[in-house]
Design a protein around this ligand. Structure first.
Ligand code: GDP
Ligand code: ZN
Length: 458
């Protein structure tokens, strides 16, 4: 087990009035004490906060007023001694603080190393560690709730239950194989194994069916706004931005990156993409042709195609319809305050199954209907069934898909009356795959790789 003391800046650099340098490890308190003028931190009670000054040990000068929080193992995030030094200050002062801490024996933490320690010390399991990462990146409350539930161990608990079911079955069958003198053993085991496996199969399937929604909440819906010049694309963007409630979360000790291109629609983050100038494209089709703009637009999850109610459809409008054919889009007929020139029937015909919404953005009308349409497109109704255990992590989704496949093979084998020990191989494989979600059967290298994706200071 790693015993050295790590340190990092754990607040967003350059943001906010307060910066935190966090230390974790055996010497966290001793190191902090060396540069702290105030109470003797070695003697203070755990989980208390202390005012004092940092001193530059080279010059003996006072550097900075600070608040120091001392938290002793094991009731800390990493299960090690943790010290958080809060200073108000810009980049320079927090960097200087970090330099001092490093000079006195701490090592600069690798990205995600605090969370990795929490995992290695058994404080949290892998899916929870990943939830920490998701929390940091969460763009809306709903995305945060998923991460919180995962952090809370909701997914872990479910996965553990499923694994338990599988292993019990395998064990049961094992006993029966070893003691075949009991009556009807073979039949019994087949039946039981099949029922249990099918039950787990359905449960994994259910989790996967929610995965798409989870992913959307986590990463946002990549959205492109397209339309001819002057139809109201910028006005639409502004309307979204104005309606946007506070994006993101404020959890102590986690980075908050507010990214401007995200807007919050009914708790769903829309990521307004601008790849290859898709947004504000005006003449994208003219410029690069229908086929190529299609290719570019394919990267979006959702396209908002804006038309002008006060003008007749043009060739350019029709080309836009061609460019988005087969993709997920919503037609927005804007400027309904003007006299109608647009051939609404033709628009509806061109749109086919896709929704057509009318707006008067200049009067802020129609946004509710548009937001409803977006929410319904991605979450058919049940967005608020708060009890769902969402799976939003790509790694989890892949593992669940593999699990499903292994279970399917097991069930097929049973249906084909294959010997039970062959069936067991597949079931055991499913059990192992589920274990990887919570980190029970993970190799070290994979663990390193996963944690290296975390932000510094987490
Ligand atoms: P873009 O070129 O597609 O981005 O269009 P803009 O959002 O810049 O809007 C072009 C013009 O149309 C601006 O003068 C807007 O104020 C105006 N506009 C936007 N929405 C409406 C609307 O609903 N009705 C009317 N009459 N004008 C609008
Ligand atoms: Zn514009």
């Amino acid at each position: 087990m790693e015993k050295d003391t790590i340190a990092a800046i754990s607040t967003p650099i350059g943001e906010g009035a307060i910066a935190i340098v966090r230390l974790s490890g055996e010497d966290a308190i001793a190191i902090s004490n060396k540069i702290f003028e105030g109470k003797d931190l070695e003697k203070v009670e755990s989980h208390t906060i202390h005012y004092g000054k940092m001193i530059d040990t080279a010059t003996n000068e006072m550097m900075e007023e600070v608040m120091v929080t001392v938290m002793r193992a094991p009731k800390t995030f990493t299960k090690e001694d943790v010290v958080e030094i809060n200073c108000h200050g810009g980049l320079a002062s927090v960097n200087r603080l970090l330099e001092h801490v490093l000079f006195h024996g701490a090592r600069l933490a690798e990205p995600g190393e605090f969370t990795k320690r929490a995992f290695l010390n058994g404080r949290i399991d892998l899916s929870q560690a990943e939830a920490v990462m998701d929390l940091i990146r969460a763009k809306t409350d709903k995305a945060m709730n998923i991460a919180l539930k995962q952090l809370d161990g909701k997914l872990s608990k479910l996965v553990h239950q499923l694994r338990q079911k599988l292993i019990e079955t395998v064990a049961h069958v094992e006993v029966n194989i070893d003691y075949p003198e009991y009556d009807d053993v073979e039949e019994m085991s087949h039946q039981m194994l099949k029922e249990q496996t099918e039950e787990v199969y359905r449960e994994v399937e259910r989790l996967l069916s929610m995965a798409k929604q989870g992913k959307i909440l986590r990463e946002g819906i990549a959205t492109a706004i397209i339309g001819r010049p002057n139809v109201g694309k910028s006005s639409l963007l502004n309307a979204f931005v104005q309606e946007t409630k506070a994006i993101v979360t404020d959890i102590p000790g986690t980075t908050r990156d507010v990214i401007e291109e995200y807007v919050n629609v009914r708790g769903i983050p829309l990521r307004l993409v601008d790849t290859a100038g898709i947004r504000e494209t005006e003449d994208i089709v003219e410029r690069i042709g229908v086929e190529r703009s299609r290719q570019a637009l394919k990267e979006s999850d959702l396209i908002l195609l804006v038309l002008n109610y006060g003008e007749e459809l043009t060739e350019e409008d029709r080309n836009l319809f061609k460019a988005v054919e087969g993709l997920e889009y919503i037609v927005i007929v804007n400027k309904t305050d003007l006299d109608q020139k647009l051939q609404l029937e033709e628009v509806k015909h061109l749109a086919g199954d896709q929704k057509v919404i009318t707006t008067t953005l200049i009067e802020d009308k129609g946004m509710d209907a548009l937001e409803d349409a977006i929410a319904n497109t991605f979450f058919a109704g049940d967005l608020d069934s708060g009890d769902l255990t969402y799976v939003s992590n790509v790694r989890h989704i892949q593992l669940l898909q593999q699990t499903l496949k292994a279970l399917e093979e097991a069930i097929d084998a049973m249906d084909a009356d294959m010997p039970i020990d062959l069936v067991q191989i597949d079931v055991t494989r499913a059990w192992e795959l589920l274990g990887e979600i919570v980190g029970d059967t993970m190799q070290d290298s994979l663990i390193d790789q996963l944690f290296s994706q975390f932000c510094l200071g987490k």
